[in-house]
Design a protein around this ligand. Structure first.
Ligand SMILES: Cc1ncc(COP(=O)(O)O)c(C=O)c1O
Length: 449
């Protein structure tokens, strides 16, 4: 069980370590932090804040003193770097064209060009798109599509597979933090455990044997509920856990057998993060893929779903009636993002440097037994810190100490579950920057001795 002040989705903003970090900041920064806390509604994970930014550019964020941090979190929007000049230029151009918005029932060139480009770059078959402002809304659209086209209404998803904060997305996400105190959530939403090979409760080592245990949980539900509209999961979770190809193939088989759609949330693991443009390319093509975050190039909020021609059957319904559905501005950003990814071999860089970073992290694991597990794919990696190899207790305090030691040294990242150091840099980083990540972590781990 994760103690209350260590939250499932990130690091805590009420610990003694956070307080002493804040006390080290200069008076001007502290003043902005206090004002932020004065006006914003407080909530875990966002207010109060840990620091104030003055700039976000490329792979880096800068605080008020101009100190720069290589950012391994970026909230998932910085795949092609913050303030990417190509995307900035495309958005400026679109503003100068004086078409920043298109009312419903009209379209515009950037929206059509973006939709075309995305379907061309997507795995074969994913030829229809629908856009919306944010990821949670895109998740809603995916589930509504599944319900509409199957005529069924129940869902299967995974505990602690965050999909957003709107009512249905929070229900499907199955994370206690976003559900507690809300009363009944959306009915018909079943949850199963997502595979976790390192922390599987059966003590098994063989991955397929572990998969069988997790798959059984799905089988038990589908056998009793013929009205499952979809199974929805994050292709590679944010912790991250990388399921086997066998696992996702078996889930797909279950979907086909029971007439349910398979939906992959690639809001974080998509757009090159895993070393392939779409994380599903490591596995299979699902019925629906959900994208968001970096889709707006780190400049504008944009998200959407990709699906197959055969599901283009809702002419008399609306599953995504969003005001900014065909935003020319966000589409210009999205199109420039896709072109940038293509022209700068961003995905290949993520694959190569992801392998290299993983090697360096495995070396750290040899050196520091507190690193129980190194997990992930591409530039989507994490370290699971443990109190001991047998109990695999979560090393909360140590993880927090590492976080602030790294902040001091110019490296920023987010903790998940209080003890998992997540490492998701911009995909445009260099080999030297990968070395900086590994060297900084090493220096921070040394302070634990
Ligand atoms: C995997 C995943 N799905 C969905 C969402 C929700 O996206 P948004 O915050 O844009 O609503 C997030 C956001 O963190 C996410 O990480």
């Amino acid at each position: 069980m994760i103690p209350n002040h260590y939250v499932q989705q990130g690091d805590a903003n009420h610990t003694a370590t956070r307080r002493s970090y804040l006390n080290e900041q200069d008076p001007e920064t502290r003043q902005w932090i206090e004002e932020d806390a004065r006006y914003f509604l407080h909530q875990a994970l966002s207010t109060p804040v840990m620091n104030v930014l003055s700039k976000a550019e490329g792979a880096y964020i800068y605080d008020m003193q101009g100190k720069k941090y290589l950012d391994l979190h970026g909230n998932g929007v910085h795949n092609i770097g913050f303030s990417n000049p190509v995307v900035t230029e495309a958005v400026k151009q679109q503003l100068e064209n004086q078409l920043a918005f298109t009312p419903r029932r009209y379209t515009n060139r950037p929206a059509v060009q973006f939709a075309k480009k995305l379907t061309e770059m997507a795995p074969p078959g994913l030829s229809r798109v629908l856009f919306c402002p944010g990821g949670s809304e895109a998740v809603e659209m995916a589930v509504l599509l599944a319900k509409q086209v199957t005529g069924k209404w129940k869902t299967i998803s995974f505990w602690d597979n965050y999909h957003g904060t709107t009512y249905q997305a929070a229900t499907i996400g199955g994370t206690e933090h976003f559900m507690v105190g809300q009363g009944p959530m959306v009915p018909g939403a079943f949850h199963v455990e997502f595979p976790n090979y390192y922390r599987n409760p059966w003590g098994l080592k063989d991955k397929e044997a572990i998969d069988e245990q997790y798959l059984r949980q799905i089988e038990v539900i589908v056998e009793r509920h013929p009205d499952i509209a979809c199974i929805m999961g994050t292709t590679i979770t944010s912790t991250p856990v990388v399921p086997t190809a066998y696992y996702w193939q078996r889930v797909k088989d279950i979907c086909e057998r029971h007439g349910a759609l398979l939906i992959f949330d690639e809001i974080v693991c998509g757009l090159g993060r895993s070393g392939k443009l779409f994380a599903c390319e490591h596995y299979l093509t699902p019925d629906v893929v959900v994208l968001g975050k970096s889709l707006g190039g780190g400049l504008l909020p944009f998200a959407g779903i990709l699906t197959h021609e055969k599901y283009n059957t809702l002419q008399h319904r609306s599953i995504g009636h969003f005001t900014h559905e065909k935003s020319p501005l966000c589409s210009a950003a999205g199109l420039a993002t896709l072109e940038y990814i293509e022209n700068h071999e961003v995905v290949a860089n993520a694959a190569q440097l992801g392998n290299y970073l993983k090697e360096r992290l495995l070396e750290l694991q040899e050196e520091f037994p507190i690193i129980g597990n190194v997990e992930g794919q591409g530039l989507h990696l994490a370290l699971d810190l443990i109190t001991g190899p047998v109990t695999k207790g979560r090393a909360f305090e140590e993880a927090e100490k590492i976080l602030y030691e790294c902040m001091k040294r110019g490296l920023s990242f987010k903790l998940i579950d209080g003890n998992v150091i997540t490492l998701r840099p911009a995909l445009i980083i260099t080999r030297d920057e990968v070395d900086f990540i590994a060297d900084t972590l090493r220096a921070a781990f040394q302070t634990l001795n």
